[in-house]
Design a protein around this ligand. Structure first.
Ligand code: ADP
Length: 394
């Protein structure tokens, strides 16, 4: 049996998973290299049942050394001997609308795209190049997180700034595309193709959070923009802001562009407002005693609600609302607060089903089916990689 290796590189971690190539794709092994760049970097491995199988400390300074340590370990694993391709999540794919086999030409292009996503792309390129050096014959596939949103209508992509920037590729791209693609396949599988072809809003609410309108199975609009900083407040990202804020802070505080970037990406959102934590669980546990935690949670729910209303307007109504990712899948009070007041759209939650994180959490009277679906970016990377590899064979 052949295997596909999924690599999902984040800013300080690399998640990996090994899948058997046959359908349904079974995950045989998965894990992560965690806290890259910190003194306590570790490699943690789980078995297919989700039990921690192994944990070991690593001395790595960057994504290249992390990838080499991971490859050293993978080479000792039986399943890696039969890997036929490696799929990578690549956060920014500009105009690419499909996953693609990594060639030297594509790598050169990704290097040129680095300024579009300086937080993610350089590290993802390091991971691809590390595998290329160590296993040059192993096909690699780039799975772009922006690809799902290339179908958005022009009006959703165009930014209201001078047109010359649009020609240079300054547009709304949207992110979390692998999660959206997976959720749409799950929606079709669990609720039927009719639901997946309807008017859908996907609420991917994790540390990064975005809402996406889907029509006829295709992305129609999304809350993230030219960068993942846009949209609703997130764990440490601000989401949408008044563009006048940057020059104001420059005038009054001498804040540079670089400092502003750091503030809106790493010091804002739940962390910035609560002053204590970027983690929804922590904030919910403390909101009764700490008004800052309560306000952070309230702001998150309020903006998510506004986006759902706005996207429903763009879609001309709503048939299905999907909650997903860490907060969306596990956090009944946040789902309840977001949906509270959306009865006019036909959204009505069943409190008991919501509390149990059931797959369908709306009441029978509600016109909108509200669902909780587990997302799985690594599985989507594996599926996409397998499809590309099979296409290149035929
Ligand atoms: P990432 O975007 O990094 O993949 P996740 O999807 O894992 O993040 O989401 C992380 C968020 O999910 C954190 O705010 C965390 O508190 C929240 N979360 C995870 N499990 C729960 C839970 N059981 N209850 C409330 N929040 C949860």
């Amino acid at each position: 049996m052949k295997n596909i290796l999924s690599i999902n590189g984040g800013s300080s971690s690399v998640k990996f998973a090994l899948y058997r190539s046959g359908e349904p794709q079974e995950r045989s092994l998965y894990g992560k290299v965690d806290r890259i760049g910190f003194p306590d970097t570790s490699l943690i491995v789980y078995d297919s049942a989700g039990n921690q199988r192994e944990s070991r400390g690593l001395t790595v300074t960057d994504h290249t050394t992390a990838a080499n340590s991971l490859i050293d370990w993978l080479e000792t694993q039986e399943g890696f001997k039969t890997v036929e391709a490696v799929g990578h999540r690549v956060v920014h794919g500009m105009k690419h609308s499909e996953p693609e086999v990594v060639t030297q030409e594509l790598l050169d292009e990704l290097h040129r795209l680095r300024p579009y996503d300086p937080d993610h792309l350089p590290r993802e390129i390091e991971l691809i190049e590390a595998f290329r050096r160590r296993h040059p014959k192993l096909p690699q596939v780039a799975c772009f997180d922006t690809a799902f949103h290339r179908s958005m209508p022009r009006v959703a992509k165009l930014l209201p700034i001078p047109r010359r920037f649009d020609d240079k590729g300054v547009q709304r791209y949207g992110f979390h595309g692998l999660s959206c693609a997976y959720l749409m396949e799950e929606l079709s599988r669990t609720a039927g193709e009719k639901s997946a072809q309807g008017r859908v809003v996907l609420a991917h609410l994790g540390n990064g959070a975005s809402l996406t309108a889907v029509l006829g199975g295709k992305s129609f609009d999304t809350s993230m923009g030219f960068t993942p900083t846009a949209g609703i407040p997130m764990s440490t990202r601000s989401g949408d802001l008044d563009p006048g804020l940057a020059p104001y802070l420059e005038r009054t505080e001498g804040m540079t562009g670089k400092q502003f970037y750091k503030m809106v990406n790493h010091e804002s959102g739940l962390l910035g407002v609560s002053e204590t934590s970027s983690d929804m669980r922590d904030l919910l546990a403390r909101e009764a005693q700490d008004v800052r935690a309560a306000e952070a949670v309230a702001l998150f729910c309020y903006h998510a609600k506004k986006w759902i209303g706005g996207l429903a307007a763009a879609l001309g109504g709503l048939d299905t609302l999907v909650f997903s990712a860490g907060i969306g899948e596990n956090c009944p009070p946040v789902r309840a607060r977001i949906c509270d007041g959306l009865g006019f759209l036909g959204i009505k939650l069943d409190a008991a089903l919501n509390l149990k994180n059931e797959g369908l959490i709306s009441t029978k009277e509600g016109r909108v089916a509200v669902r909780v679906l587990r997302t799985d970016e690594e599985r989507m990377i594996a599926r996409s990689t397998l499809r590309v590899i099979e296409n290149t064979r035929s």
